[in-house]
Write a protein that binds this ligand. Sequence first.
Ligand code: ADP
Ligand code: MG
Length: 693
Amino acid sequence: MKASEIFGENVFGIAVMRDKLPKDVYKSLVSTIEDGTPLDPGVASVVANAMKDWAVEKGATHFTHWFQPMTGITAEKHDSFVSPGRDGKAIMEFSGKELVMGEPDASSFPSGGVRATFEARGYTAWDPTSFAFVKDGTLYVPSAFFSYSGEVLDKKTPLLKSMKALSREALRILKLFGTEAKQVFSTVGAEQEYFLIDKKDYLRRKDLVYTGRTLFGARPPKGQEMEDHYFGAIKSRVFDFMKELDEELWKLGIFAKTEHNEVAPAQHELAPLFASSNLANDQNQLIMEMMKRIADKRGLACLLHEKPFAGINGSGKHNNWSMSTDRGVNLLDPGSTPAENSRFLLFFSAVIAAVDEYQDLLRLSVAGAGNDHRLGANEAPPAIVSVYVGEELGEVLDALERDEKYAGKKRGVMKLGVDTLPDLPKDTTDRNRTSPFAFTGNKFEFRMVGSSFSLAGPNIVINTIVADVLKRFADVLEKADDFNSAVHDLVVKTVREHKRIIFNGNSYSDEWKREAKKRGLSDLADTSEALPLFAGEKSVDLFERMGVMSKREVVTRTEIMLDNYCKSVAIEGLTAVEMVRRDIYPAVLNYVRTLCDAVAAKKILPGANCATEEALATELSELTDGMCTKAEELSQALAEAKNVQGAAEQSAFYAHKVLPLMHEMRVIVDCAEMKTPKEMWPYPTYGELLFGV
Ligand code: ADP
Ligand code: MG
């Protein structure tokens, strides 16, 4: 099937709107989508009716408001279009009111106490800036989710507000540059990494089923060192999976390309074409859902966890980010004229300043139980935030900072707004792969985001912190007499003040860790250290100042995320204990008995040598003692953890007491696995999961 034939066929997109809506309604809706004008309430019923007719043609019988509660995934409540008509006949109906507002039974969504105090009801509201679509016989209406008193309960609303803040401040600056724009969008293209393994194996691993990652597993003789990406027996199923996934996503208007180019065995990547952050976020949710569903259908399991296998690369979601006007001008594209260049450098330096000033927020926006196993390990970006700008741009910034001429140019001191930048090669071959926040020619790539994350959290932070710096820039520039030299001075000052965040070397090295410390960069080791800062004064002030979240919303969000973390680790701990006590210990004990039986049997041989069997049985017996002792300690720690007061304190307990015990237990278990026959081991091994052997 060709992409062109099916692309977007299940989406109520711009072309369908133009086709199905009366001209004035179409115009009004598009100006809401593209220019940010508030939705005209009069158009809702017309749109609803057109949407319904279109959806029914596609076979839909139901509709749902599709929203993104704090769980990080999506939720929906289906209602039928069918209403009683005259003469006992049924008619298909969808009113403007139903399109605009919904009331899901939402009492079970995490709200950090917001709803409890105010009003038990939660509402959903149509987000016209993302597109409705048909899936599984249902019309999906992308929606925001909030409480009766207007408090935000979801991930989408603050994302939209952060985009609005960014647009507001960027427009002030564009006006000064004379760049025409009605709105500025943050844009995101998120590369999604994932693992595919055989579903039969998956279902035999309690740890994968309960926690998404393997809690045990000895390293196979071969890991990823050969980088030859073995598919083994599931190769053709993987290809068919990718084909179907591509097609299903095309139908939903997501232009995506799947590839199997990752380093780890059984790991793959999908990169969609970038879109506005809001749409990209919705699309990413659909991508993750489709991946899981299509894998399942094809006898595979899709793992979206950040670190499903120890000792093997984890998965991320590289968040490519930029800003673009409604006319499609990418503000992080250097351009070719002096004016474009100085505009570029101003926005570029704003991002650098924002990243430096709010390192902690960026770090905590990607904190979570899964990502803790990835960040700072020797594969993924480190937990220290820094920015890669590349050699050429680095030299340009150096020259600007020292008010010297740029070495590559023959003319005098480079003056922004007057001189052009040297051509910056948009080179993709020798890009730095170790940087957490890398400039890649016309966008930044934030590589710390975890593969299972909602894109909302990190992008709320990026948009808001950049908006904050742009606001300050606009305050200065609006008062300036000489605009060009004010821009120049602002860029130079910004580079001087924030250059400590720029690092072009190997971010995985210990040397960088030491250097980063000297530079005073923040190094938050794990979720329990990072997350509580979200509710700190600096963070609350920022979100309130930019109109993105209230203090209450920030504080409750922090609690929900910390609670999530604690629950995740608790489930892991309980799963590990159960696996040891009920499966692993009995299995190893069985083998010890077999060895002892062998010793007894061998004894009938004259001069029998049973040293090997005896030594092995003794060693395994010690290992089983060890793992059972640890299981007991872990079990006690888990009971204790529940009683720790305070979300931050509790998360620290899980991080520093529970996880280390799990790790110690794993070391013992993995040791025992290496010495136990495969047939007697209760779970598929890493070799089977990753290589099919
Ligand atoms: P890579 O070499 O990393 O594959 P690509 O140019 O293919 O780089 O882009 C990777 C991702 O970045 C894609 O999802 C792409 O759509 C996205 N991207 C490209 N330009 C932008 C932009 N201006 N804003 C946001 N994302 C972008
Ligand atoms: Mg990339």
